[in-house]
Design a protein. Structure first.
Ligand SMILES: [Zn+2]
Length: 266
């Protein structure tokens, strides 16, 4: 299913696989600002995205990262409209091949067709819009965010998912995520278009709160670890129990991984 909403100069396009035609299993989001389309949702909603964009002016796709819920429409949009894509060099090398997906990923988002993209420069321009590329590789390698300076519009990809994250995937680097949030604070955005179609007005406070929570969590985890507590003991002490998402994602997204990520590196 697909739902589009106009938020100022940005069209928010929420998409997802629906089993009942009323709700999505999990929302993904693409954003259109002038002729720039940021991300393309998942494989299950790709044809709805093509129908939605029919007759609209789109000059280029920018992918924030290679995950299957962000590149699902790329191949069919290239075929239907001849649309080219740009992404971080590392993302370009990850989008052009199939990835081994876990059952939950196939179930929720589907397996996207490989697609081509060109390496992105320092910014992307279309008409009066100029999006600055902000490297934010904490979520995964090659992840970028985009910032429109004049209006303070931030497209944050999957960098910010909520105020108090409690889970992570193995490829996430929580230390880098803290640095990425600091970059957002320095930008002082006026609006943030985030993961899962979340739109946050005046996001400065919530970004700062999220960064402070991450740092406090890091310090608490390190302290308990230095006292000899195991990951399971730290999990119980700080979070009570494992996230319900863990079993649903074949333990690819879990609180245990979140804790382990804080204990890896600095
Ligand atoms: Zn992602």
């Amino acid at each position: 299913m697909l739902m589009a909403t106009q938020v100022g100069d940005v069209t928010e396009i929420k998409m997802g696989r629906s089993l009942d035609g009323v709700t999505a299993l999990y929302w993904t989001a693409a954003y259109l600002i002038d002729g720039i389309l940021i991300d393309t949702g998942c494989d299950y909603s790709k044809n709805e995205l093509v129908d939605f964009l029919e007759g609209k002016r789109v000059s280029v796709i920018v992918n924030t990262h290679y995950h299957e819920d962000h590149v699902g429409g790329n191949a069919v949009l290239a075929k239907r409209f001849g649309l080219g894509a740009v992404a971080h060099t590392e993302t370009v090398g990850l989008m052009n091949r199939k990835h081994e997906l876990y059952p939950f990923e196939r179930e929720i988002w589907g397996d996207p067709d490989p697609c081509t993209a060109s390496p992105i420069g320092a910014s992307v321009k279309d008409g009066a819009v100029n999006l600055r590329v902000i490297e934010t590789p904490g979520h995964c390698r090659g992840h970028i965010s985009l910032f429109e300076e004049k209006r303070g519009i931030l497209f944050s990809g999957d960098t910010w998912v909520g105020e108090r994250p409690k889970t992570a995937r193995v490829e996430e680097n929580v230390h880098q995520l803290i640095s990425d949030l600091r970059k957002f604070e320095e930008l002082r955005p006026r609006i943030m278009f985030a993961s899962l179609g979340k739109v946050v007005h005046d996001p400065q406070e919530i970004i700062t709160k999220t960064r402070a929570y991450m740092e406090e969590t890091r310090d608490n985890i390190r302290h308990l670890h230095s006292e000899g507590q195991s990951v399971d003991q730290i999990l119980e002490a700080l979070f009570g129990r494992e996230s319900v998402l863990a079993a649903a994602t074949q333990y690819q997204l879990s609180t245990k991984i979140f804790i382990e990520s804080f204990l890896r590196g600095t």
